[in-house]
Design a protein. Structure first.
Length: 280
């Protein structure tokens, strides 16, 4: 504080001069239309340059964040590349070969409307039936699971995200390879609930949760989130697990719609199996 006062005292003439200059400019701008307009024009130029610089800085940091997401996405896609195919071991006499048939493909789309603070949230994307989008397709982001397509028009589609009371997805805890169901009971959009995990397993905070691959929509291993907190009702035998979601739903910009080429065949097989059960 003493150094500041000493500095002001040493340069008091300079501060007085600057103050008088500012007052002179204010008086001139108020009493002369021409000079006032010139001063305002210069001020607008300076302000414009300042705002431009601020915008460039903001764009730079936004681009950096986007690049980080794209890098994470590339790593994820590399890790999942093999999981997008089904292998068939073909043995004939002494010859052995492995044939890979594609199971999943991905279509990129932009998010045009999004909600995350309702009991039942929805996401709209800019692709629909004309682009090959249809109901029951799984949707992911560069960070992880998003939801499932529930309605389409020619050029748009709506997605039921994880943040919906009717959402239910088959997931598993990677470390113990145990399946459960991911649901959302409302409230904080950063969290969901994992149920149906037996209390016989020892869980840890930050255990990784991924899709199980058991349903006919999401491939196995898509990031879901992390164990945040566990509770269990006495005698229930199951945990209620608070899950910290990996996907930042408030920042969704683009998503990937997944086409499972075997889904119709799998669904048809299960339907016939249920019919057989009912007949028996």
């Amino acid at each position: 504080m003493e150094s500041l006062l000493a500095f002001i005292k040493r340069n008091n003439y300079v501060f007085v001069f600057l103050l008088l200059e500012i007052l002179a400019i204010i008086f001139i701008s108020q009493n002369s239309n021409y000079q006032g307009s010139k001063i305002v024009g210069v001020g607008n130029v300076v302000a414009g340059r300042c705002y431009g610089t601020i915008a460039k800085v903001g764009d730079y940091f936004g681009l950096r964040h986007e690049n980080e997401l794209l890098a994470a996405e590339n790593a994820q896609l590399r890790a999942q590349l093999e999981s997008s195919y089904i292998s068939y071991n073909m043995r004939e006499f002494v010859h052995q070969d492995t044939v890979y048939k594609q199971r999943y493909s991905y279509t990129e789309a932009q998010v045009v409307k999004n909600s995350w603070n309702q009991r039942n949230n929805y996401i709209m994307i800019n692709k629909g039936r004309r682009q090959g989008i249809h109901n029951d397709q799984a949707v992911i982001s560069p960070q992880g699971i998003v939801g499932v397509v529930v309605n389409t028009t020619d050029n748009f589609a709506t997605i039921m995200p994880v943040l919906h009371s009717n959402s239910r997805n088959s997931v598993k805890i990677s470390r113990i390879n145990t399946n459960g169901s991911l649901v959302w009971t409302g409230g904080d959009f950063r969290y969901a609930t994992l149920i149906d995990i037996p209390t016989t397993y020892k869980l840890h905070q930050n255990d990784t949760i991924v899709t199980s691959g058991m349903a006919n929509d999401f491939p196995e291993g898509v990031m879901v989130g992390f164990v945040e907190q566990t509770t269990s009702e006495r005698g229930s035998g199951f945990y209620t697990i608070k899950v910290r979601l990996a996907t930042e739903f408030t920042k969704l910009d683009h998503v990937y719609i997944i086409e499972n080429y075997f889904k119709a065949e799998q669904d048809s097989l299960m339907a016939r199996t249920h019919v057989m059960d009912e007949q028996n």
